[in-house]
Design a protein around this ligand. Structure first.
Ligand code: NAD
Length: 444
């Protein structure tokens, strides 16, 4: 019903002229605004406020009443909620939802929003288990002809992403063999925090926990050590609330590699790292994945390093540790080392004469994405629906990364069937999902 509402609204503002993408109910209008809800209204959300303020933000939701009050100053006309389930069930005129909550809610809220045919901007990571990523993907694929989705991996709009893809696919390092991405953020934690009394009145602790297993309240979970947008550092290392740095900076940094690869799900994964802690995700870890061949490259080995694990440097004169978050692409004729903004190409070996490199004409270079959040808004409004980090792209990348965490917990190589989402042993398959609190369902 809300979708028709948007069409009606835009039809009026566009003088009755509607351009509908084939098979979709969505409409285009130069002046039409989207009806949006913002769930998780403070913290990271502040980076999105200026963009979504240009639309109609008709509902905001936060479990922290102080944060909700701050957001309400920005969006005074928006209806206020503490429970995102209630918001989604009540607000029937929504066109889209922006989700900036802690990670353990992401797949749940996204899947509920998909079930209501809403366009979605979802902060990274898309999910914290492989099973969550698969649920969201399969639901999205049923609706991709009518919904625009984007996961908040905004560094993807940096032109270096396009330049890397062009270099590698145009053969600058010959045949691709091995790819490494790494991130060096280290947030060691001993275990879940001890109980610290009753939550204050303005905190809806039960809703903060959401689908996660119960943990007693401790205000340190809610601290933002470096201001708004750093709250995630207080909870994302815990298994029940996040996927550690694999999900956090891993979402951004693996994106740098994943964007060049046209990769499908891995057929195997293995990982080593810190001793296993049942409360906290590992600081140090190295995961490897077997990525199948595709039409332009052979099968490759993809690697994710975090928290001090690093790939070997290709040359003594290069200190990869000086790049906090980076990627290295190894081909049979050369190497590319990159961070988010820069790239260094090193032809390698006596035959590396570059004759194999066929740079594309200027007119064929990949177009800039422009403003990353606006790309989502424009995709939804124009009906072309295409975004750089839609749920198909982003869910496969994070499913791969999360398979690395499952392999780390299994302590062994996992053989993976990407069609069924199962492993070679029941024990490993059990690590692809987790327990939720009774009363919470991902399919609401
Ligand atoms: N794309 C980026 O570069 C980037 C940067 C920082 C954070 N993030 C992501 O943004 C998300 C939020 O991170 P943050 O640091 O702002 O966290 P945070 O702990 O500050 O939480 C953000 C807001 O969500 C509210 N909230 C918590 N649980 C909620 C729930 N169940 N329903 C509604 N509101 C809820 C909090 O009260 C807070 O106002 C995380 O997923 C994080 O990974 C992305």
């Amino acid at each position: 019903m809300h979708r028709r509402h948007f069409i009606k609204k835009t039809a009026a503002t566009a003088g009755g002229m509607l351009i509908l993408p084939s098979g979709s109910l969505f409409a285009q209008s130069a002046n039409g605004k989207m009806n949006l809800a913002l769930i998780g209204s403070h913290g990271r959300a502040q980076a999105l406020w200026p963009t979504i303020k240009k639309e109609h933000v008709i509902a905001i939701c936060d479990v922290n009443e102080h944060n909700l009050a701050l957001a309400a100053k920005e969006f005074p006309k928006a209806k206020q909620y503490h429970d995102w389930r209630k918001l989604l069930d009540t607000e029937t005129t929504l066109d889209g939802v922006v989700i900036c909550t802690p990670d353990h809610n992401h797949a749940f809220i996204a899947n509920w929003a998909l079930n209501r045919d809403l366009h979605i901007y979802l902060e990274k990571p898309l999910a914290i288990t492989c099973a969550e990523a698969r649920t969201v993907r399969s639901n999205y694929l049923k609706r991709k002809h009518k919904l625009a989705t984007q996961v908040g991996m905004q560094l993807h709009a940096t032109p270096n992403f396009n330049r890397l893809r062009e270099l590698i696919q145009d053969g600058a390092i010959g045949q691709l063999r091995d790819v490494h991405a790494w991130g060096n953020r280290q947030l060691p934690k001993p275990g879940y925090l001890p109980a610290a009394g009753k939550p204050p009145k303005h905190i809806h602790w039960d809703l903060w926990l959401g689908p996660s297993p119960y943990h007693p309240y401790n205000p340190a979970y809610l601290a933002s050590p470096h201001g708004p947008g750093s709250g995630c550092l207080s909870w994302n290392m815990y298994w029940d609330f996040g996927a550690g740095q694999t999900g956090d900076m891993g979402s951004h940094t693996m994106d740098l590699a994943w964007n060049t690869l046209d990769a499908d799900l891995p057929t195997w994964a293995k990982a080593t790292g810190d001793d296993y802690n049942p409360d906290v995700t590992p600081v140090k870890m190295h995961a490897s994945f077997g990525i199948p061949a595709n039409h332009w490259r052979p099968a490759i080995r993809l690697n994710w390093h975090q928290g001090g694990s690093m790939p070997n440097s290709p040359d003594r004169s290069i200190d990869l540790r000086k790049i906090d978050h980076g990627a290295m692409f190894k081909g049979d004729k050369g190497i590319i080392i990159a961070d988010f903004r820069r790239r260094i190409l090193i032809p390698y070996g006596h035959n590396a004469d570059m004759s194999y490199y066929k740079p594309r004409a200027k007119k064929d270079t990949l177009p800039d994405i422009g403003h990353f959040q606006m790309q989502w808004i424009n995709a939804a409004k124009s009906g072309n629906l295409k975004t750089a980090c839609d749920f198909a792209y982003s869910s496969k990348m994070i499913e791969t990364m999360l398979l690395g965490l499952a392999a780390y917990r299994a302590g062994d190589t996992i053989q993976y069937n990407g069609t069924t989402g199962t492993c070679n042993t029941p024990n490993a398959t059990a690590l692809l999902t987790k327990k939720y609190r009774p009363g919470w369902t991902i399919n609401g």
